[in-house]
Design a protein around this ligand. Sequence first.
Ligand SMILES: Nc1ncnc2c1ncn2[C@@H]1O[C@H](COP(=O)(O)OP(=O)(O)OP(=O)(O)O)[C@@H](O)[C@H]1O
Ligand SMILES: [Mg+2]
Length: 204
Amino acid sequence: MAAAIGAGIDVEKPEGSMIVDIGGGTAEVAVVALSDIVTSRSVKGAGDSYDEAIINYVRKKYNLLIGERTAEDIKIQIGSAFEYEGEGAINVKGRNLIDGLPKDVEVTAAEIREALKESVYQIIDAIKTTLENTPPELAADIYCKGIIMTGGGAQISGFDELIRKSTGVDVMLAENPQYCVVQGSIQILNDMDNDKKRKYAITR
Ligand SMILES: Nc1ncnc2c1ncn2[C@@H]1O[C@H](COP(=O)(O)OP(=O)(O)OP(=O)(O)O)[C@@H](O)[C@H]1O
Ligand SMILES: [Mg+2]
């Protein structure tokens, strides 16, 4: 709910909106209308599990051990959910698992996309299921207005495009996606009367 408000959605309207918040630990897919969460699904494993997937991929394929920071850098620099123009490769430094010595390899954007595929498709599945569980009128609103993405993980290149292609629904990335939850929470605290605060605290 806070992410939705922070993304600028008027949650009090009798219209359905879908928000996909991809954080570090969890991803949440929710349909909100009339200040309520109509239906939602949460996926364990979001941005941080993408880092883990990259670590595992590089270890298996290249016998190269990298840390979480390196994995996150790779994700932010060339990670993607969908092919993009001019995608390249990145030089990755780590430790050779065979001899324990420093080693570096070139890893391509396509390889990283492969590494992220399973985690990314968990979100696609959650979005599809949530759309199926959405009452038809509200689903129609969502088809009209599109899906809003928030959270740091929403910035992975082509994530919006993949959702668009897999669901047929338009997707928009919120401004400053990483700060929507914080901005929304501040707005709840500042603007709303106590009844509403209580309601949002309960329904999130
Ligand atoms: N440009 C970027 N591209 C891809 N991922 C990014 C980018 N910037 C940040 N992230 C990832 O976003 C995640 C953090 O997002 P966010 O700040 O929304 O999470 P959070 O709200 O702290 O976590 P949670 O919602 O699970 O409690 C991290 O996994 C981080 O690596
Ligand atoms: Mg969050």
